[in-house]
Design a protein around this ligand. Structure first.
Ligand code: ADP
Length: 397
């Protein structure tokens, strides 16, 4: 059985076709500049030459049509006809309070995704466009929505309520939802499987450290806490996001710089984080290079980033009354051995965490990186959100 996974942005569409028997990627690609001049589809298939198609894509339906054409093409395709593709799994950012699970798309589901436009203004409209484009191009094929908020919907009340008047939760659903949910669910389960931990009781902290960064605590794969909130702004310091901040900062900047709340939020989302602190870049590699060359604020930004990760690990160890395993994942987590080592050894040795330098000298591969006498197991577990979406899709059809 083959499942197509689609991650649709406002002007882009990423896809993977996955063979579920072997859980292997048959083809993957990216449509860029949808609705803008210079549209481009780049398609890569196992054992075939890469294919680039620069046909204009005025909207997402044309992009989806070109994806299906590429997948079924006699030269660079991987299936003979669309009938071989059993269903389509869509990444959807926000499911609001309505969805606690992935779900087969119906008119009612689309209505709720639309109702959540306010909560995910950049992503939900694009995600819905991707779904509707598939309905138009391959009518009758099942579409499944996999929400980034599903994992966070499992949080206990003490973790998801904000300490503000309850009427705002009741009227608008203002609560902590958490994001990167598909990744946290996937990596926490994979940590238990790979680490041969107790499937019911293992207390796992997952550090998803990419350009967007978040951290979660779970017991036996069930969510206990997660660092992102109503939106992905809360929690860790990220590439361009501030993470946790005193809300009064918004008022102060707005008043002194004559800006609206929206403008200040834009600064906190897009111009802050390690970019804002260092003034160098949102890319951690650039910030690391700048720090190495003696840029003081680049060094402070990296220190602050690692410090915040460690503080959350400490808090989540308390939230679960202990921790059995810590897993690092995503761009920085999978590639940056220095960050993994410093987070663990600079701040967590009081928990008995010890990194084995030789094991830690690794990138992007499942591995135990703690020493044998570490009291908490530390792993590198690459995330695979597409596979997680495909598995959910298969389960639901
Ligand atoms: P997102 O999916 O949120 O865009 P990724 O998970 O792809 O982010 O992570 C991107 C980040 O990973 C970039 O900031 C990049 O600098 C960082 N990264 C990749 N390789 C390394 C490395 N070797 N050392 C440090 N950071 C790295």
């Amino acid at each position: 059985m083959k499942i197509l996974v689609i991650n649709c942005g406002s002007s882009s569409l990423k896809y993977q076709l996955i063979d579920m028997e072997k859980e292997a990627v048959l083809a993957k690609g990216l449509c860029e500049r949808i609705g803008i001049d210079g549209s481009k589809l780049t398609h890569k298939a196992e054992g075939k030459e890469d294919f680039v198609n620069e046909t204009p894509m005025p909207d997402h339906s044309v992009a989806v049509k070109l994806v299906f054409d590429a997948l079924t093409d006699s030269a660079h395709g991987v299936v003979q006809s669309v009938d071989e593709i059993s269903a389509i799994g869509h990444r959807v950012l926000h499911g609001g309070t309505k969805f606690t699970e992935s779900i087969v798309v119906t008119d009612e589901v689309k209505k709720v995704i639309r109702e959540c436009f306010d909560l995910g203004p950049l992503h939900n409209p694009a995600n819905l466009m991707g779904i509707e484009a598939c309905e138009k191009v391959v009518p009758g094929k099942k579409n499944v929505a996999v929400f980034d908020t599903t994992f966070g919907m499992g949080l206990p009340e003490k973790a998801y309520y904000y300490a503000i008047p309850t009427e705002y939760y009741e009227k608008y659903g203002i609560r902590r939802y958490g994001f990167h949910g598909t990744s946290h669910a996937f990596v926490s389960k994979e940590t238990i499987r790979f680490g041969q931990l107790d499937p019911e009781k293992a207390r796992v902290i997952v550090c998803h450290l990419g350009n967007g960064a978040s951290i979660s605590a779970s017991i036996g794969g069930r969510a206990v806490d997660t660092s992102m909130g109503l939106t992905p702004l809360e929690g860790l310091i990220m590439g361009t996001r501030s993470g946790d901040i005193d809300a009064a900062v918004v008022q102060y900047i707005a008043n002194h710089e004559n800006k609206t709340v929206d403008e200040v939020l834009n600064i906190l989302n897009k111009k802050s984080g390690v970019l804002g602190m260092s003034g160098v870049s949102s890319d951690f590699r650039d910030v690391e290079n700048a720090a190495r060359e003696g840029n003081h604020m680049a060094e402070v930004a990296l220190d602050a980033f690692r410090y915040r990760v460690a503080k959350y690990i400490g808090a989540y160890a308390a939230a679960m009354n202990g921790v059995d395993a810590i897993a690092f994942t995503a761009g920085v987590g999978e590639n940056d051995k220095v960050t993994r080592k410093l987070v663990c050894e600079q701040y967590l040795s009081f928990l008995g965490v010890k990194i084995d330098d030789e094991r830690n000298n690794v990138r992007g591969e499942e591995r135990l990186i703690s020493a044998d006498d570490s009291s908490v197991k530390v792993f590198l577990i690459p995330t695979n959100e597409e596979l997680a979406i495909a598995r959910d899709t298969l389960r639901l059809i």
